[in-house]
Design a protein around this ligand. Structure first.
Ligand SMILES: [Zn+2]
Length: 406
């Protein structure tokens, strides 16, 4: 049975890769008149991306492999047995301590790769963050992930104990409610842990964006700026939140360096996400995917357990296995998720172009962003297809250029 499972997974991965490895068009080069006289940054961007790609792929694969080893060699079952021996068999307490150890171990394992990422950004002048500040930030991230994981795991194992056959349906409901709650609360609770937020205080830009919002039917009340410069020099902006928490957030690293019409382009792109309700559509996809994914996990667990010293589905020693199955599902559907994300980015780009009517500013904005962030404007098509949440910048600039021609 297990052999069948492995064969099935390999088949899915092979089919996905086959589709992605087929002939795909590379992103167009940036127009030389936009790159400017000093094109040395393009080479640096290319170099940095080539060094980043293996790091990114390694960090995607490292934890699932470690979780598999935990299961395969019975370490997970041994840890649960050790805990039951020393702290008793109360399932809530065993699950809590097991989860803490699991989250700490996973974070420690990922530590060197995360630090390598910081070192790389530093060596390219993208970050001046000290190791101490970085460690504090990692500590905060660990704390947030620990709290969220604890709530999730206790809820999950409680359902597994009280509803052994229907737990996946209730868990899917919980996952949907949890995503709604997190999306609503994140701007109020999580962002302030890492950044200081303030309303955009540039009166001209503020008026322009409010007018643009009113003209395009986006009910925008405020634009926020975060002090992202404390963590790095990269420029960015994003759209987040639901209900009263809906907002556009600009990095302060953009404000000093970008002309008004380019900031307006960036804001218009974010309004495009707002207008097209991408946060809600993302939540809808979660709502559709969660019950299907959890039902598959339910079937697979029934198939695989008992095994490797794990008694049954409700045994917390199976947590790394549940996480592993969920991660494999996530990786298998990643190309589809990223494809959807790239379509949404294109939609927001088109909105920005129509709203501002300024393709020249659009092109200049994205070349400036690529230069500031040392983003490779022409990544390998296979890498883009599998891992990129945004279309290649070369493609976005070229598309904007063709939108202006009659
Ligand atoms: Zn976007």
């Amino acid at each position: 049975m297990r052999v069948l499972l492995v064969i099935g997974l390999l088949a899915v991965i092979t089919l996905g890769l086959g589709w992605l490895l087929g002939p795909r068009t590379p992103a167009p080069e940036l127009p030389p008149q936009l790159v400017g006289p000093d094109a040395a940054w393009l080479e640096r961007a290319d170099q940095l991306s080539a060094r980043r790609r293996p790091l990114g792929i390694a960090s995607l694969l490292l934890t699932p492999i470690a979780w598999w080893l935990m299961i395969r060699f019975g370490w997970s079952a041994a840890l649960r047995a050790w805990l039951e021996h020393h702290i008793g068999t109360n399932p809530w307490i065993v699950a809590a301590v097991f989860t803490c150890i699991f989250v700490f171990a996973t974070t420690l394992l990922n530590g060197p790769l995360a630090y390598a990422g910081l070192a790389l950004r530093r060596s390219y002048g993208l970050s001046a963050e000290t190791t101490a500040a970085w460690l504090v930030r990692q500590g905060k991230e660990l704390l947030v992930s620990l709290i969220v994981t604890l709530v999730m795991v206790e809820g999950l194992y409680w359902l597994l104990r009280v509803a052994p056959q229907r737990w996946w349906l209730w868990a899917a409901g919980g996952a949907i409610l949890g995503s709604l709650l997190l999306t609503y609360l994140a701007p109020y609770v999580i962002t302030p842990l890492f950044f200081t937020q303030r309303p955009l205080d540039d009166p001209t830009l503020r008026t322009q964006i409010m007018e643009l919002g009113a003209r395009t039917g986006v009910p925008i009340s405020e634009v926020f700026v975060i002090d992202a410069s404390t963590q790095g020099n990269e420029g960015n902006a994003y759209f987040t939140g639901i209900g009263g928490a809906t907002r556009v957030v600009l990095y302060d690293t953009l404000l000093r360096q970008y002309p008004k019409e380019e900031l307006l382009t960036i804001l218009a792109h974010e309004l495009g996400h707002w207008r097209a309700q991408h946060v809600w559509k993302g939540l809808l996809l979660t709502a559709l995917g969660a019950p299907i994914g959890l039902w598959i996990v339910h079937l697979l667990l029934g198939w695989l357990l008992p095994g490797w010293g794990i008694r049954d589905r409700a045994d917390v020693a199976g947590l790394p296995l549940i996480m592993l199955l969920a991660t494999i599902g996530g990786l298998a559907t990643l190309p589809v998720q990223n494809w959807i994300s790239r379509q949404w980015e294109r939609e927001a780009d088109r909105f920005a172009l129509t709203a501002t009517g300024d393709p020249a500013a659009f092109q200049a904005t994205f070349v400036r962003l690529a230069q500031q962030n040392l983003a490779d404007p022409t990544p390998p098509p296979l890498y883009e297809g599998l891992f990129a949440t945004h279309p290649a910048i070369g493609r976005r600039v070229a598309d904007a250029g063709s939108s202006s021609s009659p």
